[in-house]
Write a protein that binds this ligand. Structure first.
Ligand code: PRX
Length: 629
């Protein structure tokens, strides 16, 4: 599956463009299928309809677990590092993981969960999270993992959108010094949900929780009464594997749908190839399984490739800013895959936290989630990789299922701040506002992909039209990523950030409309507009302009109250960093907010705001400029 020289990469890339079906059939041949496909690819980007490996039958867990048993049953599949450094780490071998997944799958079956049912998983970063995900896949239930930082309301919206019948959660979660209630949040969410019949609760913090008779069940109790034999459900390649909710520029988060066959092939292929994974290496992806990075590069990619995946429960700064480096030393980590925001944050603590740790086990470094600035790139490469470890900046999205534009570690060239070259099978296009392709090098435009790849989203749950509108209507015949991009003289790609109303805060995607809706729910708020601004650590911060009914008596208190409202409605990740109270917003005569102006002010660039003559009331701009934070 790997391309190990630049020439091999070039050959593979050419083949993937000239004859994509042959190329992908070759990659898919490395997996275990119960029945082969009838057709490799059927597609059009108008409906859109994308079908890979149609007619093939498989179960992804047979690829992630069963097929490794004979050869590497005793090899660690998951190494789990708990929040407290003094608590014992846990190693789960492939045979142990297989057993625990089957057992838990039987628990779900006993509760009546069947193929196609939706299961919401709201758990901290404990092995049970990976087990729950795989157990769903085992029986063909569709998992919808909700990141542990989301509020009750966000959980409820996701449960209701997908019609989940089961929720899997824990009593609480440890994150650094904090103990976070999980079951209580689920209980609050379930006040709004009518489809949920059962809740399974695993014990982590021993936080007291209410357990409703007939609905709530303890994980540890239930697994006692089932056996560990659970034949895998036979799935069609195009059956849904999971839903993962993500924010866009409008409306509520949408449920991105991935299917069994194509996603498996793509997540595994990209994992193996980009990191040039060697047997026995320990792979540490610091993302949470609540995001796509964790789905593809903690669970499915590594396990389908028979790798050892390290899962970390805590945060990079607990008990101090040396925690990642300590984990790397302790578990002899070979591959570190993390986000620019973590690097920038750890950088700010200085080298003293790095210098006493032996990082010589590292063979490859990766970055994901947001553009990486040059300073962070160099710091990572120099101080963590000691200038000898390849560093890959991987650009991709929830919708793409796996990495798309990235260097291949040690195989293709690197360039600081550049995602560099497309992987085999990925055909990027830059287009201008009019939808015309911008050819040649030394150009920039909006990033689209012109041909399907196996890991791409198939639809948005329950609303195919929304999928078409969001991704396939802006530039007909192409998948639109929402990102701006430049291609340099050498044909290398650099992602410049979102061109829509999405903000990337610490690598988390947040829709401005969502934050505005949450702010507008607060008493006394008349209207709000939210934009992103450059933030030293988070990449982007959230800047909110808010019109209130009356001038706030105590603006700081009001800011805190608004933050509390946003936390309650969405979760702490969406809290505004800056709140400016204003009496008006710059609107055009047709009532549209001119966000361009708000963005410039938030960025501190007030000298050149461009043409403001079409504004209904140009005077508001002066007020906004004067009050800028
Ligand atoms: O703007 C891009 C940015 O993150 C967005 C995707 O966010 P999400 O679906 O949450 O997935 C994040 C993890 C894959 C993209 O549209 N992004 C992601 N990786 C990079 C990036 N921007 C620049 N460079 C990257 N390496």
């Amino acid at each position: 599956m790997k391309t190990t020289t630049f020439e091999e990469y070039q050959t593979a890339y050419q083949k993937s463009v000239d004859d994509p079906e042959v190329f992908w059939a070759g990659i898919a041949g490395h997996f275990q299928w119960r029945r082969p496909w009838e057709k490799v690819l059927d597609w059009n980007f108008t409906e859109p309809k994308v079908e890979w490996f149609k007619g093939a039958k498989l179960n992804i867990t047979e690829n992630a677990l069963d097929r490794h048993l004979a050869e590497r049953g005793d090899q660690p599949a998951i190494i789990w590092e708990p929040n407290e450094p003094d608590d014992a780490a846990v190693t789960i071998t492939y045979s142990q993981l297989h057993r625990r997944v089957c057992q838990f799958a039987n628990v779900m079956k006993k509760l009546g969960v069947k193929k196609g049912d939706r299961v919401c998983i709201y758990l901290p970063m404990v092995p049970e999270l990976a087990i729950a995900v795989l157990a769903c896949a085992r029986i063909g239930a569709i998992h919808s993992v909700v990141f542990g930082g989301f509020s009750a309301r966000s959980i409820a919206d996701r449960i209701n959108d997908a019609g989940c019948t089961l929720v899997i959660t824990s009593d609480g979660a440890f994150r650094g010094q904090k103990v976070i209630p999980m079951k209580e949040t689920v209980d609050d969410a379930l006040e709004r949900c009518s489809t949920v019949k059962n809740v399974i609760v695993m014990t982590r913090t021993r936080t007291p929780v209410s357990m409703l008779k007939g609905r709530d069940h303890w994980w540890e109790e239930e697994v006692k009464y089932v056996d560990a034999d659970c034949p895998a459900e036979e799935m069609d390649a195009e059956d849904v594997l999971f839903i993962l909710y993500t924010s866009g520029s409008t409306g509520k988060p949408k449920g991105v749908v991935h299917t069994c066959g194509g996603y498996m092939v793509y997540a595994t292929y990209t994992f193996a190839n980009v990191f040039q994974y060697e047997p026995g290496e320990v792979h540490f992806c610091t993302a949470d399984i609540g995001w796509i990075t964790g789905h593809s590069y903690i669970v499915y990619g590594p396990l389908c490739y028979g790798a050892t995946s390290l899962m970390f429960e805590g945060i990079p700064t607990y008990p101090d800013a040396g925690r990642f480096w300590e984990i790397i030393e302790k578990h002899k980590v070979n591959i570190l895959y993390t986000a620019p925001t973590a690097i920038r944050s750890l950088m700010s603590f200085g080298l003293e936290y790095v210098k006493d740790h032996d990082l010589s086990s590292l063979t490859k470094l990766g970055s994901v989630g947001e553009p990486i600035n040059e300073e962070a790139w160099n710091w990572y490469k120099h101080n963590i990789g000691h200038d000898k470890t390849p560093l890959v900046d991987t650009w991709w999205q929830t919708e793409t299922g796996g990495m798309m534009i990235t260097a291949i570690a040690g195989v293709t060239p690197e360039k600081p701040t550049y995602a560099t070259l497309p992987l085999p099978g990925v055909q990027p296009v830059l287009v201008d506002e009019a939808g015309q392709e911008i050819k040649g090098n030394g150009v920039s435009g909006n990033l689209c992909i012109r041909f399907p790849w196996p890991g791409m989203l198939r639809t948005t749950w329950g609303d195919h039209e929304r999928c078409r509108q969001t991704y396939f209507s802006t530039y007909p015949g192409m998948y639109f990523t929402g990102d701006g991009c430049l291609r340099d003289e050498d044909g290398m790609y650099r992602i410049t950030g979102r061109v829509d109303d999405v903000i990337n805060v610490s690598g988390h995607r947040i829709g401005t409309a969502e934050v505005e809706n949450a702010i507008n729910m607060h008493l006394g708020v008349v209207e709000s507009a939210v934009v992103g601004y450059p933030h030293d650590i988070k990449g982007q911060g959230i800047y909110a302009y808010i019109i209130t009914e009356n001038k706030p008596d105590d603006p700081d208190m009001m800011r805190k109250d608004i933050a509390a409202t946003v936390t309650r409605v969405i979760g702490p990740i969406a809290r505004p960093d800056k709140v400016q109270f204003v009496t008006g917003l710059p609107k055009t005569r047709s009532g549209k907010i001119m966000r361009r102006i708000l963005r410039k002010v938030a960025e501190g660039e007030t000298s050149n705001l461009g043409d403001t003559s079409t504004l209904l009331d140009p005077a508001v701009v002066e007020e906004i400029k004067e009050g800028a934070l």
